[in-house]
Each structure stands twice: as C-alpha cells, then as structure tokens.
Design a protein around this ligand. Sequence first.
Ligand SMILES: Nc1nc2c(c(=O)[nH]1)N[C@H]1C(S)=C(S)[C@@H](COP(=O)(O)OP(=O)(O)OC[C@H]3O[C@@H](n4cnc5c(=O)[nH]c(N)nc54)[C@H](O)[C@@H]3O)O[C@H]1N2
Ligand SMILES: Nc1nc2c(c(=O)[nH]1)N[C@H]1C(S)=C(S)[C@@H](COP(=O)(O)OP(=O)(O)OC[C@H]3O[C@@H](n4cnc5c(=O)[nH]c(N)nc54)[C@H](O)[C@@H]3O)O[C@H]1N2
Ligand code: SF4
Ligand SMILES: [Mo]
Length: 723
Amino acid sequence: MAEPAATGGVATHCPYCALQCGMTLRSRADGGVEVAPRDFPTNRGGLCQKGWTAAELLDHPGRLTTPLVRDSKGGPLRPAGWDEALARIVDGIGALRAARGPDSVAVFGGGGLTNEKAYALGKFARAVLGTRYIDYNGRFCMSSAAAAGIRAFGVDRGLPFPLADLAEADVLLLAGANPAETMPPLVRYLTSQRERGGQLIVVDPRSTPTARHASLHLAAMPGTDLALANALLHVAIVEGLVDRGYVDARTTGFDRVARVATGYWPERVERLTGVSAADLRTAARALAGARRAVIVTARGAEQHSKGTDTVSAWINLALALGLPGRPGSGFGCLTGQGNGQGGREHGQKADQLPGYRRIDDPRARAHVAAVWGVDPADLPAAGVSAVELLDRLGTPHGPGALLVFGANPVVSAPRARRVERRLAALDLLVVADFVRSETAELADVVLPTAQWAEEDGTMTNLEGRVLRRRAVRRPPPGVRTDLAILADLAARLAPGSPAAGSVPAGGGALAGGAPGRAEAPGPVTVPGTPAEAFAELRRASAGGPADYAGIDWERIDASDGVFWPCPRPDHPGTPRLFTERFATPDGRARFVPVEHRPPAEPPDEAYPFLLTTGRVLAQYQSGAQTRRVAALNRAAPGAFVEVHPDPAALLSIVDGDPVRVVTRRGVIEVPARVVDTIRPDTLFVPFHWPGAARANSATTDALDPTSGMPEFKACGARLERAA
Ligand SMILES: Nc1nc2c(c(=O)[nH]1)N[C@H]1C(S)=C(S)[C@@H](COP(=O)(O)OP(=O)(O)OC[C@H]3O[C@@H](n4cnc5c(=O)[nH]c(N)nc54)[C@H](O)[C@@H]3O)O[C@H]1N2
Ligand SMILES: Nc1nc2c(c(=O)[nH]1)N[C@H]1C(S)=C(S)[C@@H](COP(=O)(O)OP(=O)(O)OC[C@H]3O[C@@H](n4cnc5c(=O)[nH]c(N)nc54)[C@H](O)[C@@H]3O)O[C@H]1N2
Ligand code: SF4
Ligand SMILES: [Mo]
C-alpha cells in the first residue's frame, strides 16, 4: 500500500535497478533527503547498498545546475543560460536539417527514464524531428530476451508472473543471472525457496555469490548456454519427460525442435560447455520432475551474438516441460534497468511505437498518428539498433547531431574507443544529465536535469508492474526536468516559431506535413508535465500489446501497482500472463529450432581466453552515478580482472599484480584478482569504470542478427603482465 501521508514521508522507489525496491523519502532540516526502506512486494523491506545511498547524489558538489556549452571543438565547456543553450541546439539542428533532411538528427534514450519521458522522447524524435534515428541503451540490455519472447509468446514482458512465484518453485534454474549482486533483496526469495526444500540450479562460468546458494552449479563456458539448453531438452525427450499433453494443446512446432535436439546428446555437449554429462542429466531430470519449475535468464545468457537464439533454446525447454502459463511454473527474464521494461514499450526503440506497437504496422501508425495529430505518412520508418546508430554518427550520410537522454555510451557501449571517435565527428552532441558523465564531457551542449527524487512519473518494474515515482522536493534552481526540456525544444522547433526560422518547409512531420497537402496539421507539441504525458501515453498505448489505458495514478496509489495489460479502468490488470492463451494469433506458443554456434570471436592461439564482463554489487552501470557516492567507492573502488590460479601461475601473475587484458580492439589495464571461482579458460572484468580500466575498450561490437544485442559476454582475449 502507498505510504500514509501521516508519516511525513513520500513513498517512492529506488532510482537504480528493475527491482524498483520501495523506499520512503523524508526531507531533512538541512535540505538533504533521507532514505528508509519500505515494505513492497519486490523488496519486502530490504534495500541494497546502492539504494540506501541513492540520495547522496541529489546534493553532490559535482551535480550540474546550469547548462554548459562548448564554443569550439576541443575548447572547454563553459556555463551558459538556458536560452543560449537551447538556441544553440535549435540552430544546430536547423542547419543540419536544412542541408540534409530530418534523418540528420539522432536521439539516444535510456531504460532509466520514466514511462512518461520515454514516451515523450519517442514522440519528439518521430513527430517533431521526423527522424528515424532513435534507439536506446536497452538495446544493450534486454533486446535478445525481448525478441525471443515475442517470437515464442507473441509478447515481451520480462517476468510474466509476480516475482514472489520464485519462492514457491520446487526447482528454479537461473541462466546467466547473478541477483545476489545485481538485485540483492531478491535473494530472500531464493532463501525461502531453499527453506521450502526447493532446488536452485545456476548456470554461470563463475561461482558467484548467487551460485553459492545453488544446489547445482553448472559452470558452463561463456557462450554455450544454447547447447546446454538443447542438451537438457535432448535428455527430456530421450527419457520421456516431455509434457505431451501441454505440447499438443498449447504449442506449435515441437517436432522440428525435437529433431534439432537429437544432435545434442549430453556427452557431445559436455565437450562444448565443460559441464559433465551427468550434471546435464541431473538438471534435466530435476526440472522435469518438479511440480512447479521456473527457468529465468539474464544478461549472462543473453548478451551474445546468438542471444536471441539462446533465449529461444531456454524457452523451448520450458515449453517442452509445460511450464509457461502453468500455475507456479514459468519462464522469464530479469529486466535490468529501473524502467527497463516500460522503457522498451513506449517508443524509444528504433522499430517501435507506444504500447509496444511495431512502427512498420500500418494500423499501429494510424492509431499513434491520430493521437499525435499528424499524418501517418509523415511518421518515419524503422531506424537502426543502438550500435549501428552509433556507428553511423558523423559519417557523410549518417546523423550529424545526437541528443542523449539517460545513457552514457562512452563507457557502456561495446568497442567504446570507436564510439568516442564517432561522437567526436558530430557537428552537435547534446547530453541531458545531472552529472558530467564521460559522454557529457564530449558534448557541445550539456543540459542539467532533475533527479528521481525531484520528479513524478511511472516506472514499470521487472514484473510488468506499473509503479509511481514521487517527488519529495523540487529540482534545485537552474535545473529543469527532461519533459520540460523536450517540450521547450519542440516548441522552439515548431514551424512558425521564431527559433525555427532556419528549418525548411517539407522537412518531415516538423514542417506540418508533406508539401502541397491542403490541410497541414498544426505544430506537434510534447507534453511538458508527467500528468499530461501519462494521459497521452495511455491513449497512445490503448489497444497495443502493452496496454496502459486503464491505469491511472490513483489506482497505482491505492495498490501495490498495476500489471499491464490493463485496457480499461474496471480491468484488474494482469499479474499472470498466458494462463489461458499466448499472445500469438492462434493463442499457442511457438517452438523455434535453434542450433549452437561459437561466439563471433572464439579464443585462438593469440587470444586464448574468453573475456566476459558484468557487474559488482556496489556500482551501477557506467558508474556515472555510483562512482560519485563515497560509500560505494569504498566498497568497490576500481575494476579488476578475475583469473583462475592455474593460468595465473603459468603467466607468473599473483593476486594484485597490474595486468593487461588484450583483445583485437584494445587493452584493459587493471589489477589481477586470482580466484578459484572462475573457469580456467575465462576472464571476467566489471564494466563500471572509464579510462584505462574501461572494459568496453576491449569488447567486440559483433551483434545478434535479430535483436542488435552486442556480444558483451564473450570474445577472445589474452592476459599479460603489465610492464
Ligand atoms: N550492482 C548492480 N546491479 C545491477 C546493475 C549494475 O550495474 N550493478 N545493472 C542492472 C542492469 S541494467 C542489469 S541488465 C542487470 C544485470 O544483471 P545480471 O545479468 O545478473 O548481471 P551480469 O553481471 O551482467 O551477468 C550475470 C552473470 O552472467 C555470467 N556470465 C557471463 N557469461 C556468461 C555466459 O555465457 N553464460 C551464462 N550462463 N552466464 C554468463 C557472469 O559471470 C555473471 O555472473 O543488473 C541490474 N542490477
Ligand atoms: N562490457 C559490458 N558493457 C555493458 C554491459 C555489460 O554487461 N558488459 N551491460 C549493458 C547494459 S545491460 C546496460 S543496461 C547498459 C547501461 O549503460 P548506460 O547507458 O551507460 O547506463 P547508465 O550508467 O545507467 O547511464 C545513464 C546515464 O544517464 C543519466 N541518467 C540517469 N537517469 C536519468 C534521467 O532520468 N534523465 C537523464 N537525462 N539522465 C539520466 C545518468 O547520470 C548516467 O549518466 O550498459 C551495457 N554495457
Ligand atoms: S536492488 Fe535495485 S532497486 Fe533495490 S535498492 Fe538495490 S539498486 Fe535499488
Ligand atoms: Mo541492463
């Protein structure tokens, strides 16, 4: 329930990950903000260290409180007024559009933005700028799981059931998920699952804090989950453990998948994965024998050039065992960013319109164009995925301007040195942020925005539960909200406004329609307040797969949030999907045959290790926020490389030695952490730090062909002692 006002606190949620732990904020006498945990279904009164310290950034001395502009490339950023900063943006955009049309401007969003902001950003890109170039950092995060979910179930909701179901599973399999560090309060569900006598199976090349809770740890080589899942399916088929009744009644395509599975006998897959045939059989029998079984994937299984097919392999196994839609059982993925789920529903994805509609669907275009008051023909076509977008920046035919809201790709994008070069080649880089992130440091214009505790809005957590973010105080003087910035830019760019003088007629939707059309629609506005934006989002999402039409703030306030789809005010919301049918045209889930293949860059003689990357508990993502919090820096002061004692001994490396992790793209300079919790053929580096320790200097930009997900989790590497 919402926190009663009588306590004097404001009930809201943590700004960081998709667990969206409940917290209560109180203003202190000195103007600061105090965080207390709040009992909410996802955290049950728990918070991790990041949540406890989240308010420290609100009054951080490095917080931006004035716009910054750069007068010439290579020159310094200097403080400027809002009018000057926004005029600089409008002039830059106008000049590019006059010369090269609407696709000369690109937008990059983030999965941390509220639903309202994600919606406004998509509308700004499509209907004000008229560009097809918009994508966001969620492409690095959830895109493979999303693509596989849509392919099998017809819809993408990370967990199609409430998180609490995990505690009730007799067998729970986590593939490439380390929630003990990435969602610590979730561990209480794992603990109660074990106390009830349940088994936990963890697939991870490292013996992580999560794997230490497991009854069975399958330490597979990075990039081999697909083969492993196919082997479990092979065992289930050979041993007669498939749920034939479910397969016949609720699915299509099993026979083709069964034929593929014949090639994945356990002894062969033992050689591919390094997991013993005996353990593969044990895992398959445990899952198949459980009354309630749940399979969950996260980034370890997904961030590969075959991430979509890998998630499909896990879904195939779940379908063969009859799990999705069965009470207490199921398949899901752990969404990562605070609004990773909602952020991928309302139109900041290159191929998508609000309500999880497809931009290439004529009915979807007509619906959204009507809400926006534009001609469907003026909405751009699908753009390209994040890495492809970054790759085109500043090239002769690519965008010359980029607006970034809620991402720090200089640290978090694969092959980051190339990203820096592409950003440097832009005519205009605009970054809205509350700190000088590594990406903001390269910008021509930096816009200071409000933080989570200073704004209202909604977030959709990893369960598809729509929640309220509530302001406890107003933004500091000089700071504006993202919505206010977008609304102001839209007004300044509108045809007929003085600032838009340099924008040509006929320039996409911005000019109000194609030349010669009799009734040109009026200028498109972007909602400048969260309430206006949510009201519009509800209408735009109505009838789409992620339907929010029946959700309003009062309903959320009166409950623990509302699960989408919720098409009408009298609709209860949908905590559990797929109980009767799947969201496919025939209501059945679809098996998809998938074959194992090696990573884009397998190890070889010159690069004998597999480099994988990921997270530590006390830092968040690119670290732009958490590296500024003193307690978190004490807990996790810098990057490192985990290496097994055997290869370390061969290379004469001892714990703490400075080393170089070298790939075909670059070098990571970090101290070695010699640990026996990692496979001898694998190296692990966390990606939260910039500079010489930046993991993404070395990662590959090989992409999944379906989702555009980069291969963050596997590429050939060698390890050297630093000179
Ligand atoms: N502390 C902290 N928490 C976070 C975040 C953060 O930055 N810091 N970020 C949030 C976000 S956006 C996300 S997406 C989530 C991510 O949450 P997780 O997916 O749990 O995090 P990762 O550390 O990226 O990867 C999980 C595990 O995958 C393993 N792994 C590597 N390669 C493979 C492989 O090929 N197969 C398998 N099966 N496992 C492999 C790694 O060893 C690692 O332990 O965390 C969220 N929570
Ligand atoms: N090597 C490697 N790289 C990875 C991964 C990996 O596992 N390995 N994981 C990938 C994954 S899963 C993810 S999700 C990405 C995340 O990658 P990033 O995009 O770098 O994520 P953040 O560090 O959260 O960056 C968000 C930025 O926006 C700012 N910000 C936060 N909230 C708001 C807001 O409301 N408005 C505005 N204007 N700004 C805001 C923050 O201060 C910060 O600078 O990294 C990916 N990169
Ligand atoms: S688990 Fe996630 S949502 Fe909860 S306190 Fe930690 S970072 Fe915040
Ligand atoms: Mo993520």
